[in-house]
Design a protein around this ligand. Structure first.
Ligand code: ZN
Length: 369
């Protein structure tokens, strides 16, 4: 069994439920981590700053801008993501179970699937979600996705309603009653609910219905953000994706002027909006939305944007590692936990940009970098 001694600073949870703290030495023994020095000498000693693998809670591995990717391509994309130090992903919706090929691989990140995300005809990216002809079928569809997924169901909360022609704007896809029934159905099946939402108009009903997680959340106002903070509903701010809102606005052109102005206004306010989320104490989740507009493996760039727009390096590291893992129910570095470890040459708490340059990466004890 291969033994590696980690030396320097290791972000380690000594007590169940406690905030991890920095310790000076730990061991990778086979596929697990431990503080107990093994009897045999180490095969390797790695010095640096070791943290639990990063998490991307919003990606679409198995998909790219041209659609569902081949099995080989999906495996290659996932391997690149793992080598970037992202060792756990929540797939935020994918057709055709396109990333089932990643399950059990130790050259890919751990995978938490949301199943197929649920939308309405002409109310989302064509072919990516599953369209319900009748919105009253939402609860049954969410129950079905809960059975097919890994404890998460994803729904599209709002999208441009082009039926409004030159009055078209972002608008909710579901009524409050449909959302309530849907969330209850997912919860009854042991799944939590994540929602894509850009607009302000959709948020109150989503909170009222009891969703568990807001993706993008660009339309939240401060009252709603405080409600999220109080209820422990995290927001995945997807800043790389929000940075494209001016392009979405330009594409809407003169055909959808109201939608265009909505998107452009959110783009103009994007930095202040992110700071507002920080000021309100919202729990942030790291997500790239890779697989459509964003490249797989872009989490380091996303996290650097968080810092540029006002978040503290120390908070970003916590959000991107152990706090995201706790939220998803995944392991952090603790006695006997799987060795999903990333080592950096310097501390991401001093400069988060170092996460783009992992010195060593192990997934279940297998060294990838
Ligand atoms: Zn997405």
């Amino acid at each position: 069994m291969a033994i590696t001694r980690l030396s320097g600073a290791i972000l380690w949870r000594t007590e169940s439920g406690a905030k991890p703290r920095w310790i000076r030495e730990a061991w990778i023994v086979g596929s697990r981590v431990s503080l107990i020095p093994p009897d045999d000498p180490p095969d390797d000693v790695v010095e640096g700053v070791a943290v639990p693998g990063l998490v991307d809670v919003h990606c679409h591995l198995g998909y790219d801008s041209s659609g569902v990717t081949s099995r080989e391509r999906t495996i290659r994309d996932a391997a690149a993501v793992a080598r970037s130090g992202v060792l756990l992903v929540r797939d935020a919706g994918i057709p055709e179970r396109a990333n089932d090929c990643l399950i059990g691989r130790d050259d890919a990140p751990g995978l938490i699937r949301c199943g197929r995300h649920l939308a309405r005809p002409k109310r989302y990216i064509r072919g990516l979600g599953f369209d319900l002809a009748d919105a009253d079928d939402l609860a049954a569809a969410m129950a079905a996705q809960a059975r097919a997924s890994d404890g998460w169901v994803k729904i599209v909360g709002d999208w441009i309603d082009r039926a409004g022609a030159d009055k078209a704007d972002l608008a909710p896809l579901w009524s409050l009653a449909q959302l309530r029934d849907g969330v209850r159905a997912a919860h009854d099946h042991g799944a939590r609910v994540a929602v894509h939402t850009f607009s302000h108009a959709a948020i109150d009903d989503l909170l009222e219905a009891g969703v568990d997680d807001i993706e993008h959340g660009s339309g939240l106002d401060a009252t709603q953000a405080r409600a999220c903070a109080e209820r422990g509903i995290p927001v995945t701010p997807t800043l790389l994706q929000i940075s494209l809102f001016d392009q979405f606005a330009a594409a809407a052109g003169t055909k959808y002027p109201i939608y265009r102005d909505t998107m452009r206004a959110m783009w103009n306010e994007r930095v202040d909006h992110f700071r507002m989320l920080l000021d309100c104490g919202v729990h942030l989740l790291p997500g790239t939305d890779s697989g459509g507009y964003q490249d797989h493996g872009s989490l380091p760039r996303e996290l650097v944007l968080w810092r540029e727009w006002g978040a503290a390096d120390r908070d970003i590291l916590a959000w991107a590692t152990w706090r995201a893992r706790d939220f998803l129910g995944a392991d952090v570095l603790s006695e006997g936990a799987p060795a999903d470890v990333v080592v950096y040459p310097s501390s991401p708490e001093d400069d988060i940009a170092v996460v783009a340059h992992p010195a060593a990466v192990w997934r279940r004890g297998r060294r990838l970098v």
